[in-house]
Design a protein around this ligand. Structure first.
Ligand SMILES: [Zn+2]
Length: 487
């Protein structure tokens, strides 16, 4: 009797197309394999997956091999399963000083040498306002130093300060300048915080041997340096070391089955780097394993590749494991600016990045409520007994602080599928960017639900008859229309 009931209910359940999908994911998902990948990626052997350390090679080699074994194909235009990225590691000079009029600046105190090589001498200083293209136009800067304010009008967030600064360094170099000095005069960002963070090696793009222009910040919170009568500056920057780093994004793809929809790609992404080796904690552990941030996400993408290579959906899927997220979203930015698949063919990005979790009954989706495909994520996680919840602390701006933003800015709907958290509380801070973020303290039942519901959500979206859209009025809706031609 019982047995018959079981068979009957299995028949009824099995005939539901929704449950059939879930059962198929369940059946084909290898927990053992996923857990062993997770354990290896977060092991001490990989030394915290820091792109500036040699152990990073172990991480990207492993990821590429797993994608190959899964049966996902290398992306044309890549270096096998890799996209090579030329990074430059710029270390602070051993000594740095600038004298302008009665003002003196010294490295690490009120001066930060951010890029370029060692140089010294006495140079004329030319005022260039905020350093916009218009302000640089027509200025003779040959053999001179350009001085500007940091940022741009209404652009003073840390990210904007850096991106504006990089653009100005290019303009200054084109105008023949020997260096760019920016006056740091943003009241909302404390100089102490900035100098503490920046007076150490910084990773950025390698602009070539001679093209990284010396780029300096001087503290000028009282706006004393503004004016056209700055005269000359005497500069001495010594012992500046630049190291080339061979960065690698790891990429693969699976072709869709629908003759039309296969030209559209769903991008599944997670950064695989972490912060490396650092200050030891109370137990003496100095290896920052980054199990939550973001080995767990890397494993989700690897297992999605494993599943979809054997069970391709209608749309094609691009798998991407980004490097150097922790250095400033560098790997994903490089791909967004040098895409191996045209960006207007990437219709959706389901990214993963994680700090930790404090609620194993939910999946937190950063950006839930901003795209038309959200209900499919809700459905998928519900089938695994979980509930999808939106970002509990939008004021933290998490959406715009991880790799997904590099695609959102181009117009691609790009939420992040993260471990469940209801607040950035002690339970999160216990592990977030700490040596304690290890596999041993991870709830493996939850990990499996997380991985499987990610695959199911992807399957639903990749088979959906409609193309995901931004919610009307979203700040990225306009750029999205431009990218996809208003369709
Ligand atoms: Zn992360």
């Amino acid at each position: 009797m019982k047995k018959h009931l079981l068979i009957l209910s299995a028949f009824i359940l099995g005939s539901s197309p929704l449950l059939a999908q879930k059962q198929d994911v369940e059946k084909k998902f290898s927990s053992e394999k996923a857990i062993s990948q997770f354990t290896y990626l977060a092991s001490d052997e990989l030394k915290g997956r820091d792109p500036i350390r040699s152990e990073m090679k172990l991480a990207y080699t492993f990821i590429a091999q797993e994608l190959e074994k899964a049966g996902a194909k290398p992306v044309p235009g890549g270096n096998g399963y890799y996209q090579n990225i030329p990074f430059n590691l710029s270390s602070p000079p051993t000594k740095g000083s600038v004298q302008m009029g009665s003002f003196s600046f010294s490295q690490g105190q009120n001066l930060l040498v951010l890029d370029g090589r060692s140089f010294s001498g006495n140079y004329e200083v030319v005022e260039v306002g905020f350093g916009s293209a218009e302000e640089f136009a027509g200025k003779d800067l040959k053999g001179k130093i350009a001085i500007t304010n940091v940022g741009a009008p209404n652009k003073f967030s840390p990210n904007q300060l850096f991106s504006e600064g990089r653009a100005k360094a290019v303009r200054a170099k084109e105008a023949g300048a020997v260096a760019l000095i920016e006056r740091f005069n943003v009241p909302s960002v404390p100089w102490q915080l900035v100098s503490g963070f920046l007076n150490r090696p910084q990773m950025g793009m390698d602009q070539g041997e001679t093209s990284n222009l010396p780029y300096l910040w001087v503290e000028d919170v009282k706006n004393q340096l503004t004016g056209t009568n700055l005269g000359n500056a005497t500069v001495a920057v010594e012992g500046k070391v630049n190291t080339k780093i061979d960065g690698r994004n790891v990429l693969a793809w699976v072709e869709g089955t629908d003759p039309q929809l296969k030209n559209e790609f769903i991008l599944l992404s997670a950064h695989y780097d972490h912060v490396g080796v650092g200050t030891p904690d109370a137990t003496g552990d100095s290896i920052y394993n980054g199990a939550r941030d973001n080995a767990v996400g890397t494993v989700a993408v690897l297992n999605a590749a494993q599943y979809f290579a054997k069970n391709p959906p209608k749309r094609s899927i691009l798998f991407a494991l980004w490097t150097a997220e922790e250095k400033g979203l560098l790997g994903s930015a490089y791909f967004a600016n040098n895409p191996l698949i045209p960006l207007n063919q990437i219709v959706y990005n389901l990214n993963i990045d994680n700090a930790g979790y404090n609620d194993t009954s939910i999946i937190t989706v950063i950006g839930l409520g901003r795209t038309s495909a959200d209900y499919l994520i809700n459905e998928a996680v519900a089938e695994f007994g979980l509930t999808a919840k939106a970002d509990p602390s939008p004021e933290q701006g998490l959406y715009d602080r991880s790799d997904n933003v590099n695609f959102a800015r181009k117009g691609i709907p790009a939420p992040s599928f993260t471990l469940g958290f209801t607040a950035f509380d002690d339970e999160i801070n216990k592990y977030y960017h700490k040596a304690a973020d290890e596999v041993e303290s991870f709830d493996m039942n939850y990990a499996q639900l997380y991985w499987k519901s990610y695959i199911l959500a992807t399957q639903k979206i990749a088979n959906w008859s409609q193309k995901p859209q931004w919610t009307a009025g979203d700040k990225y809706e306009e750029v999205s229309k431009k990218l996809y031609g208003g369709k």
